[in-house]
Write a protein that binds this ligand. Sequence first.
Ligand code: HEC
Ligand code: HEC
Length: 300
Amino acid sequence: MKTKGVGCLLLLIGVPLILATLVFAFSEFQLRRVYAIPLTELSIPADELSLARGKFLVEAIGACGECHGGYLLNGNRNFLHEPLIGVVPAANLTAGKGGIGTIYTAADWERAIRHGVGRDGRALMGVSSGALQHLSDADVGAMVAYLQTIAPFDNELPPRQIGPLARPFLFFAFILPEEENDIMPAVKINHAAPHLADVEPGVTVEYGRYLVNLTCVECHKVDLGGGANPGEGMNITTGGNLGGWTEAEFIHALKSGITPEGNSLNDSEMPQARLRHLSEDELKAIWLYVQSVPPVTMEK
Ligand code: HEC
Ligand code: HEC
């Protein structure tokens, strides 16, 4: 009887202790793991056209300012500021005091943008490399060229600190499928995958696919069928409302935020501020690609 009681007590304390140790060990492994990324020799252009392309990609596609302190890109101390979960500032991207602009080489920028890995080789948290891994070499080069021209701005930020409540999330980052995990994109990116050298902008299915993979799939999912969770987009295949839309209606919906059914797209969810930078030709290319994907008709 007595030994049974002691056994139960040991189980009661022991099992949670073992689980907590496991979660801690796995999350610590994720935080400390150093990624060896094959070096990409990028050529950094200096012509006006490439700089304009870089600005467009930084503002509309990478949307770097949404997290890094707005159009100044001078960092955001409060990106995540919950002591129990963690303190994760979004870096000052300029060459001012506390900024990374003077330290980062072109290769460092490439790793941060496409691989979600910082200068020290460790996985960055909360970055959007899950989508940006699909950027072409030439486009990353244009982005770096533009980023190197932004005005220096002094803003010193505290170092990243991970709180105890973040640990289970980091543990799940390790075991959940890619779709569900955007905490540390580096965990799931195939770092050896080849990249496109360049893409030809134009009203083509290929350019449409390129733009969609860099932006829309983040919420509308890879099959464009959307998801059931809040913030995940609707079904934008021809199996949904878009089956009844014309190209002109699609372009109007994206530019005005009003769909042919008269719904107004919620700006806090469907990122109009960012997507209004897309040109008419780019929207036409996206429309072509949307027409080419298999319609999703299933309710999610
Ligand atoms: C969804 C929010 C988000 C977006 C969008 C985003 N970032 Fe970040 N970025 C972060 C956060 C948060 C960190 C800090 C991560 C950490 O410390 O683990 C970070 C870190 C970085 C770092 C590493 C800085 C260092 O201290 O070494 C670089 C470089 C960077 N981002 C560049 C960019 C660029 C360029 C873009 C646009 C193409 C961009 N980010 C878009 C959230 C974002
Ligand atoms: C940050 C998440 C996010 C991104 C990125 C995003 N969307 Fe959306 N989208 C949504 C959400 C959420 C809705 C539903 C909005 C609502 O009901 O107010 C939506 C709705 C739509 C609709 C309306 C569908 C309908 O049946 O009425 C279209 C069309 C659309 N998105 C196209 C796109 C395209 C094209 C892209 C890429 C260029 C894109 N979205 C990028 C989240 C996103």
